[in-house]
Design a protein around this ligand. Structure first.
Ligand code: GUN
Ligand code: ZN
Length: 509
């Protein structure tokens, strides 16, 4: 009896030792759930907020001239210099991406998919623009075929612009939002979206009664929230177009589904900013959302051009975010966002940057950076004291300046932090989702080569890479600099190779 117990014990011990040595000796290239893959190239990402390192922004970034990213089923397993990592992964299937800077995928924190066909509409400010162009176009998305084609085109454009995460507004129809999530799932992209609540200041048959909005939102939350990479944002379109009853429904949804995000607009255009608080009997625009318990972590409001210092402080305290949309703010003539005010370390507000396409006239987050840089300098005309010495504020003026570190942080790790998604995306830390882009510092207009060759042929240091990145935003200026876009470890876009969905009417040409 004793000896058989002894035998069983020995057997268990032997099996344990065999399993343990197999685990230690077998190369990690053979993961339990499949093969590891790697990408070798020049990597640039962020480990901190550059506005915390004024004058030493380099400290916020990480750079490997020759790096290796190891992925397991789309999740980052390891990241470091190629010389240090490669021996740990013998037999690793490696894709080399030469002569490109690889950054995390871009985060577009504020965008409208049903406006894909009408970006760049001429000559109007927000309210007449909504009436003349936007609401009639969004209403066409009632037709499923029209919506499906528009949504495909939208995602194709996003990927070719290097954007891998979007927070989108949807429209008033749950059917269109359903198509959006379905298409995002096919591409396995990390997205947030919601049925956009609107029940005033819009065509009657585009308005949705508050109880209908509530039940449509609930159905979409139950169908899509945290299914795959999809996240649901409760979306009061804007307090100017939402009755107190509709806002109360948003508050109710937020209480019932506290895990969901909240996405809206605030203080974009002066007329809207003056009127929304009157309708909701609040002292300012932000108050219209606070009144219904919506402002806190995972709340984002787009624009914020006309926010007071007091509203900025309240956003900071609440842990809420603003989405800076410089293309839209200038294209619709809304105003100049005070980047230097919201990045004050004493009351730092979480930020995403957004295209706000179609109010913004581009899908490209690089183009957003290009415009954001100019907005910062326009603000500084006021702050440098040359207009009125009483407005002189050197520290705020310095924070307005969008150098390469602040810029690329804002559309990668900063965007992820704005959305409270930094545990999942935003940089190349192991455990995160492997979304990234390969940027070509020689693409764009022909002057790019001349400009960039003054800096270097190939970046060997973080500083050189940052200088090339600044050239990409200031001279290249858009999606022409995006050569490849990868989502969860798979290349979904390669310039010149990837087919994009047909443009309407193209087949007849
Ligand atoms: N406010 C309410 N709806 C919209 C919209 O579609 N675009 C912009 N820029 N602002 C809005
Ligand atoms: Zn918007």
């Amino acid at each position: 009896m004793l000896s058989s117990v002894h035998k069983i014990k020995r057997l268990i011990a032997t099996v344990f030792i065999v399993l343990l040595s197999a685990a230690i000796l077998s190369p990690p290239s053979l993961a339990a759930d499949g093969k590891l893959t790697g990408v070798r190239g020049t990597f640039f990402d962020f480990i901190d907020d550059p506005w915390k390192h004024v004058g030493d922004e380099e400290a916020s970034a990480r750079f490997y001239a020759d790096g290796l990213l190891v992925m397991d089923n789309g999740i980052i397993k390891d990241f470091g210099p190629y010389s240090e990592l490669s021996s740990k992964y013998p037999g690793l299937e490696v894709t080399s991406i030469a002569n490109r800077i690889i950054t995390p995928g871009f985060v577009d924190g504020h965008v409208h998919f049903p406006q894909t066909r009408v970006l760049g509409a001429y000559g109007l400010q927000l309210l007449p623009w909504l009436e003349e162009w936007i609401f009639p176009e969004e209403m066409k998305y009632k037709d499923a075929a029209y919506a499906r084609e528009g949504v495909k085109h939208y995602f194709d454009n996003m990927l070719s612009a290097g954007t891998t995460t979007v927070q989108d507004f949807g429209n008033s129809y749950k059917s269109a939002v359903d198509i959006f999530f379905d298409e995002a799932s096919k591409r396995n992209m990390r997205v947030l979206c919601g049925v956009s609540g609107l029940d005033r200041s819009a065509p009657a048959d585009y308005c949705v009664a508050p109880p209908q909005f509530y039940s449509d939102s609930k159905e979409m939350i139950q169908k899509w929230h945290r299914k795959g990479r999809n996240l649901y944002a409760i979306t009061p379109r804007f307090a100017y177009g939402d009755s107190p009853e509709l806002m109360a429904m948003c508050g109710k949804l937020h209480k019932e589904f506290p895990d969901c995000w909240v996405n809206t607009h605030v203080s974009e255009n002066p007329t809207e900013t003056r009127n929304a608080p009157l309708e909701h009997k609040c002292s300012d625009y932000l108050g219209c959302y606070e009144k219904y318990g919506l402002v806190g972590p995972k709340f984002t409001a787009g624009h914020g051009v006309w926010l007071s210092d007091n509203e900025i402080e309240r956003l900071h305290k609440a842990g809420a975010a603003i989405s800076f949309c410089p293309n839209s703010n200038t294209f619709l003539g809304s105003g100049l966002f005070r980047l230097g005010a919201v990045t004050d370390p004493r009351k730092r507000v979480r930020l995403t940057f957004g295209t706000d396409m179609g109010g913004g006239n581009s899908f490209s987050m690089i183009n957003v950076l290009n415009q954001a840089y100019k907005v910062g300098l326009c603000n500084n005309t006021m702050l440098d004291g040359s207009v009125d010495p009483r407005w002189h504020d050197e520290a705020q003026a310095e924070r307005n300046k969008l150098n390469a570190y602040r810029a690329f942080y804002s559309i990668t790790l900063g965007g992820a932090e704005g959305l409270y998604l930094e545990k999942l995306i935003g940089n190349f830390n192991p455990g995160k989702e492997a979304d990234f882009v390969a940027l070509d510092w020689n693409a764009g207009p022909s002057s790019m080569r001349w400009h960039q060759s003054l800096i270097c042929q190939k970046p060997a240091t973080k500083k050189e890479a940052a200088q090339l990145l600044f050239g990409i935003l200031a001279v290249g200026g858009d999606e022409r600099c995006v050569d490849e876009t990868w989502v969860m470890g798979k290349r979904l876009y390669k310039k010149g190779l990837t087919e994009t969905s047909a443009v309407p009417g193209e087949e007849q040409r």
